[in-house]
Structure formats: structure tokens, C-alpha cells
Design a protein around this ligand. Sequence first.
Ligand SMILES: NC(=O)c1ccc[n+]([C@@H]2O[C@H](COP(=O)([O-])OP(=O)(O)OC[C@H]3O[C@@H](n4cnc5c(N)ncnc54)[C@H](O)[C@@H]3O)[C@@H](O)[C@H]2O)c1
Ligand SMILES: O=C(O)C(=O)C[C@]1(C(=O)O)C=C[C@@H](O)C=C1
Length: 313
Amino acid sequence: MTAAAPIYGRVALIGLGLIASSMAHAMRAGGLAGHIAGHARTAETRAVALDIGICDSVHDTAAEAVAGADLVVLAVPVGAMGAVAAEIAPHLAPGATVTDVGSVKQAVIEAVGPHIPEGVHFVPGHPIAGTEHSGPRSGFATLFRNRWWLLTPLPGGDGDAVARLRRLVEAFGANVDEMDAPHHDLVLAVTSHTPHLIAYTMVGVADDLRRVTDSEVIKYSAAGFRDFTRIAASDPVMWRDVFLTNREATLDILGRFTEELFALQRAIRLGDGPHLHAYFTRTRAIRRGIIEAGQDTAAPDFGRVGAAKGQGD
Ligand SMILES: NC(=O)c1ccc[n+]([C@@H]2O[C@H](COP(=O)([O-])OP(=O)(O)OC[C@H]3O[C@@H](n4cnc5c(N)ncnc54)[C@H](O)[C@@H]3O)[C@@H](O)[C@H]2O)c1
Ligand SMILES: O=C(O)C(=O)C[C@]1(C(=O)O)C=C[C@@H](O)C=C1
């Protein structure tokens, strides 16, 4: 990442977890912000943020952090976005941009939008990049490189504010796309939310079995299951909020998933090899299509993320 002129003079990060700290590292690496102000709920997290140098100043309240900021980033769990927006609203500078990084967009727009004052630009967003780690120590500058960052601008919103935010996240190395919020939520229900639910379920099933087989499930777990356990280690508050707020889309995809699962279950019970073979041939072709289209972007280097779980407060 090469040094560039700051895109924003003062950025306020509300919530100092994985995503906010990764943004801070990326802004530092690229010289993209003149001053990074931060707010987290606990004194411990605020002290860590200063200690590891991701913020130039930390503030006891979100209201203090946003004063004079030309970009405010809401990086808290989706269910907390509305309360944070209500708290900061009277303190936002005229002309400022407010964005968020929530995994669900429609519910965030409904919760945050009504609080945004006239003359402040709200540009909802979502980086499609993450790890199973949480808290200020878990972030790293390259998290967003070659990843998508979806923006769901509001109809009639300010084009210049969108373009400026776009420049910032492109400077992180992200690819930007714009879409409307309901479409975003449906796409993410397929590509992220339902897969997480399946991983949570499978790891739960294995944990039940473990009691029977005395740890063999974990001992002999193959690569696929290990990936499930990584995903299932993700922050429980974040994922609780995702499912509570993207309810309709997730239930729709889950319904389709269960139908397919029952069809496969039936094929196994009936010994219907052609059905199973045809199904797996179709899914293999999808994976090969993704590779051929060059859309299998490299995974971030999880190995260098040393933070423990549960440091999000
Ligand atoms: N982790 C991922 O893979 C990922 C990826 C993309 C987007 N997101 C989204 O980014 C947002 C932040 O996720 P993260 O992974 O950085 O989480 P995190 O747990 O690492 O950090 C969350 C931060 O929010 C604060 N917080 C929690 N509840 C709060 C509340 N009620 N009021 C005020 N602050 C509160 C925590 O103290 C912490 O500082 C979430 O909305 C999530 O959906 C996460
Ligand atoms: O790799 C992971 O840990 C993730 O699950 C990241 C992931 C995803 O599903 O891809 C999870 C939730 C986000 O909103 C965006 C990204």
C-alpha cells in the first residue's frame, strides 16, 4: 500500500473490533486519514487501541469521538447500530459522511437512517472480509485486499459522498460494488449467513457426538470439518444479530436448503446413485466455473492473526 494524501481529515471509529481496527491499520498504512478518533465501550479496549496505535485519540463516549469528524464509521454489531446512531446524531458535523460495516443492510438502514440529520450523508456499506477473531488486536491492514466492499447507497443520496468513501475502501485494496439493500441481504443470506448457520449446526452435532465417542470426532476431524469449526468460532453476538435482522432472507434460503437436503437424504436412503452423482457433478461444475472466471480471491493470511476470542469489548 503506497502513501497517499489523506482522503478524510478526521475519521471516527465507533466500536474498535476486528473491522474497525483493520480499517485503522489500512488507513495508517496508506496515510488515508489525518486523525483517527475511536470509541469503545470499555476502558480496557480504549487503552488497547491507544497502546497498539490504531487511534490517535480515544473517547469515553461515541458523541465525543464523532465531533468534527468528516467520516464516521459504525463498526458495532448490527443490533447496536440504531442506539449508537441516536447517541451521535446531535454531534455530527454538517457535511460529514456516516457509514457502517454491518453484515445486514436493510435493518441497519431502518435503524440508523431516521437519526441522520439533514446535511449529513449516510452511505451504508459492508466489507465482505473477516475472520473468526474479534477485538482491537485482531485487525490487520490487508484484510480487505482483493475482497468486495458492497455499498448500498440510499436513493437520492449524495454522489460525492459515495465517491469519496469508494476511494477510501479502494485504497484498502477492496473492490467496490453498489446494490440495493434488499438484494444485498438476499445475496448474503446465500453466500454467508446460511453457510454460517450450517457450520454452527454441524459443529453442534459433532459436539453432541463427541460425548459419545470420547473426543474422536475432534481428533480425527478432516479439513472440511476444521473449516466449519473456524467459522463456528465467530462472535456469537455478531451472528445472533445477523440472524435476528436478516430473518426473512435467511429463512427463505434455509427453506430451500432443507428441501435439497431432504432430497439428498431420500436418495441415500433409496440407494439412488445416479441422483447423487448428478447432484455432485452439478456442484463441481459451479466450483470450476468460479475458478475459471478468476473469482476465487485469495484468503487473507489467518495465520498472522494472533488475537484471542472475546476481546470485542
Ligand atoms: N467479523 C466479520 O467477519 C465481519 C465482516 C464484515 C462485517 N462485519 C460487521 O462488522 C461489525 C463489527 O464486527 P467486528 O467483527 O468488528 O466485531 P468485534 O466484536 O470485533 O467488535 C465489535 C465492537 O463493537 C462494540 N460493541 C458491541 N456491542 C456494542 C454496543 N451495544 N454498543 C456499543 N458498542 C458495542 C464492541 O465493544 C467492539 O468494540 C458488525 O456489524 C459485523 O456484522 C463483521
Ligand atoms: O472468513 C470469515 O471468517 C467470514 O466468515 C467472513 C464473512 C463471510 O461470510 O465471508 C462473514 C461475515 C461478514 O459479514 C463478511 C465476511
